[in-house]
Every structure is written in C-alpha cells, then in structure tokens.
Write a protein that binds this ligand. Structure first.
Ligand code: CMX
Length: 132
C-alpha cells in the first residue's frame, strides 16, 4: 500500500520569505519553484533525504490553501504518500469508508497521478496519494 512519504505540504503566507529560511537557515536544497494554476498555489519544493517539503502559498484567497490559512493560519497542510498502484489502493481505501476529495485521480505538477483523501475521513489529516 503506502511505500514512503513523498512530501509534506506546509501552507505559508509569504513563499519568498519562507524559502529564504529553508535555504539559508535550515540549509535545504531547493528542488523547484512553480505556480500550479488549477490548485491556485505557488509552490517551492525542497529536498530532504529521500523526501521533500512542499511550501504552498495561495495565489487566491478563495482556494483550498487560502481558506486553510484564513481559518487555521500557517502550518502543516498535507502529507503525501507514494503508492505503487493507485487503482487497488483506492479500492481498499473506499472499502474502509475513506472518502476521496475528487472522484478520479488527476495529474500533479510532475505529471504523476495524484488524489487527495478527505481529512474528515482520515483523522483530520489531509492525505495525498501519489503514483509515480
Ligand atoms: N488539513 C486538515 N483539515 C482541513 C484541511 C487540511 N489541509 N483543509 C481543510 N480542512 C478542514 C477544515 O478545517 C474544515 O473543517 P471544519 O468543518 O471542522 O471547520 C473542513 O476540512 C472543510 O474545510 P473547508 O475550508 O470548508 O473546505 P474546503 O472547501 O477548503 O475543502 C478540502 C477542504 C480538503 C476538500 C480542500 O482543502 C481540498 O480539496 N484539498 C485538496 C486540494 C489541495 O489541498 N490543494 C492544494 C495544493 C496541492 C498541491 O499542489 O500539492
């Protein structure tokens, strides 16, 4: 089922300022910076060992990350697990009463198949599944 942690998402108000902290203070290697238009976010991805940290700044207040920051402030937003086969994983997950946010997987910014699990059905933690 879940193979490893692909990345951890952190919602931030100011991407530029937070990137400086991750590079210059924490000493992490910047992997990529990108705008993901359909999710209404700008992201910066840092590598740490085998996993990554994804910083997310909303480009619009009315967006998943914009609403998250408005309600809860900056902070831990989601954890992404790599899975071998999204189809069989989803069958098992749905059989256990866990709901996905969208009906079908979509393509993430690296063209991998992704889907989000609704935090109301996953102990309050937004989970992203990634098939590479
Ligand atoms: N973690 C935990 N709980 C969360 C959450 C998160 N990241 N985001 C929202 N919630 C909670 C809210 O606190 C709220 O709880 P209460 O009802 O107790 O107040 C509930 O979920 C509904 O929140 P909402 O703001 O009313 O609903 P949204 O319209 O924002 O929808 C969700 C929530 C999970 C469906 C939406 O955030 C979503 O579709 N997320 C997946 C997509 C995404 O996060 N994209 C961001 C960028 C991804 C990337 O490129 O990596």
């Amino acid at each position: 089922m879940f193979k490893k942690i692909d990345h951890i998402g952190i919602a931030v108000k100011d991407l530029e300022e937070t990137m400086k902290k991750f590079k210059d203070v924490y000493g992490l290697e910047l992997h990529k910076v990108r705008e993901v238009k359909d999710q209404k976010v700008k992201i910066a991805v840092f590598k740490i060992g085998e996993t990554k940290i994804e910083l997310l700044e909303p480009t619009e207040e009315e967006s998943a990350v914009g609403r998250f920051i408005r309600k809860r402030g900056e902070g831990f937003h989601h954890i992404a697990f790599q899975v071998e086969d999204l189809g069989s994983t989803l069958e098992k997950i749905e059989g256990a009463g866990i709901k996905t946010v969208t009906d079908k997987p979509t393509l993430g910014y690296e063209n991998h198949k992704i889907i989000f699990l609704h935090p109301k059905t996953t102990n309050g933690v937004l989970i992203e599944l990634v098939e590479k």
